[in-house]
Structure formats: structure tokens, C-alpha cells
Ligand binder design. Structure first.
Ligand code: AP5
Length: 222
């Protein structure tokens, strides 16, 4: 049972459900969730110079420069837990230069998941999103409301979750998406993201189970 751990990337427009699906995937498959956006927000919270610079780009819905993002992601992927348990990379790469950098470091994903959601739905998801600072869980006021009043009272909103900023983030996404997709053609699966989060996860779960089964059937390792 010496199967190498799974290495997965998940991509999609702002609020397409990447973080939500990552919660469900890690629960079942035990992978380490590495979110480029979360790493950047932690850097901002630390008060570092890089964090301050990153925030200027995030405020405008633009990509943070590679000099900041690439090493941050590389370092997290290199840590022991990611190497031992496998990883689920969320929101990286967002450009061909980021994809090339990762490849240069020797990180090759087994699967590239793309969540497809119509644009008119994304904005509603962004403005209704709330986060629990205690558990890190993602909520939506309408689609995924908090379970208790205690949680409801402590929910926070991201600084870039306004309609105006979401539109800028979407524009950036649309400018870069085809470059990134073309680099992973052979390992890409497209998932319909405009369904309940359980239904979206069921599609991903089926694809992952199939992939693991194929591996077991073809792998020469015992
Ligand atoms: P990041 O934090 O990655 O933001 P994003 O890509 O805009 O994606 P989101 O986190 O907004 O959405 P999500 O897809 O995770 O959706 P979620 O599951 O929360 O990046 C932020 C910024 O950092 C970027 O703009 C950029 O500046 C910078 N950055 C990040 N990575 C970078 C990189 N590689 N290079 C350079 N810069 C980078 O769901 C959204 C809402 O919808 C929630 O409320 C949720 O409850 C709800 N929801 C989810 N699924 C469903 C469903 N199926 N039905 C109904 N509601 C649902």
C-alpha cells in the first residue's frame, strides 16, 4: 500500500465554491488544503511588508505579484504534512508563469478540477458570504446560514467581498483563465458548480474515487 498521496488543484471564478468544496474534500480524503488567498490573508494579518503590498493588489481585484505568491505556495507545498498526506491546492496557479514556476519546482498535480458557475450567480454568492473566524468555516446568509445565533453573532466579511470588488476579481479571472486551463488539458475535469454544495461534491467525489480505483488497478507497486 505504497500509493503516493493525491495531488489536486482546484480552480474557478471568485465565489465559484472552491473553499466550500475544499472543506468537503479534505474531510473525506485527508489532504492538506492550501489556499493561496488564505496564505495571503495570513500574511496581511501578520503585518509584514509583503502583506501590505499584497493587500494593495487584492483591494483592486488584481493578481498579487509572483515574487510574493510563488514562494509562499512552494514553501507550504514542501512542508512535511503536504508531502505525506497529499495536497489540495486552491486558487493557484492563476497565470501561466505561476504554473510554470510550480512545474519547475517539481510539483505535478494528478488532477485539475474546474468549477463552472454562471457569472450572474457569482456576485450573489460573494456578497452573501460570511466567515467564522473561530472555525474558519465558510457560510452564506441565504445558502449556508450559520447553525446557531452564537456563530451568527461572530461572523465576519472579507474586505474584497463587495459587488464592485467582486466584478474586478471576475475580470482578472476571465483575463487569465484560458492560459491556465491550456496547461492542464490532459488532467482537467469540469464540474457543474451551479448546484447545491452536496451535489457539487458528489460529482467531485465520483471523479476522485474513479481516479483512485484506476490507480489501484494499474499501479505496479504493492
Ligand atoms: P481568493 O481568496 O482565492 O478568492 P477568489 O478566487 O475570488 O475565490 P473566493 O475565495 O472568493 O471563492 P471560492 O471559490 O473559494 O468560493 P466559496 O467556497 O467561499 O483570492 C483573493 C485574492 O487574493 C485574489 O483576488 C487575488 O488578488 C489574490 N490571489 C489569490 N491567489 C492568487 C494567486 N495565485 N496569484 C496572485 N494573486 C492571488 O463560496 C462563496 C460563497 O458561496 C460562500 O458564501 C458559500 O457558502 C457559497 N456557496 C458555495 N458553494 C455553493 C453552492 N453550491 N450553492 C450555493 N452557495 C454556495
Amino acid at each position: 500500500k505504497a500509493e503516493p498521496p493525491l495531488k489536486i488543484m482546484i480552480s474557478g471564478a471568485p465565489a465559484s465554491g472552491k473553499g466550500t468544496q475544499c472543506e468537503l474534500i479534505t474531510q473525506k480524503y485527508g489532504l492538506v488544503h492550501i489556499s493561496a488567498g488564505d496564505l495571503l490573508r495570513a500574511e496581511i494579518a501578520s503585518g509584514s511588508g509583503n502583506g501590505k503590498l499584497a493587500k494593495e493588489y487584492m483591494e483592486k481585484g488584481q493578481l498579487v505579484p509572483d515574487e510574493i505568491v510563488v514562494m509562499m505556495v512552494k514553501d507550504r507545498l514542501s512542508q512535511t504534512d503536504s508531502q505525506q498526506n497529499g495536497w489540495l491546492l486552491d486558487g493557484y496557479p492563476r497565470s501561466s508563469s505561476q504554473a510554470a514556476a510550480l512545474k519547475g519546482f517539481g510539483f505535478q498535480p494528478d488532477l485539475f478540477i474546474v468549477l463552472e458557475v454562471p457569472e450572474d450567480i457569482l456576485i450573489e454568492r460573494v456578497v452573501g458570504r460570511r466567515l467564522d473566524p473561530v472555525t474558519g468555516k465558510i457560510y452564506h446568509l441565504k445558502y449556508s446560514p450559520p447553525e446557531t445565533e452564537e456563530i451568527a453573532a461572530r461572523l465576519t466579511q472579507r474586505f474584497d467581498d463587495t459587488e464592485e470588488k467582486a466584478k474586478l476579481r471576475l475580470k482578472t479571472h476571465n483575463q487569465n483563465v484560458s492560459d491556465v486551463l491550456s496547461m492542464y488539458d490532459d488532467i482537467t475535469i469540469k464540474i457543474k458548480g451551479n448546484r447545491s454544495k452536496e451535489e457539487v461534491f458528489a460529482q467531485i467525489d465520483t471523479a476522485l474515487s474513479k481516479m483512485l480505483q484506476q490507480r489501484n488497478n494499474t499501479s505496479p507497486s504493492s
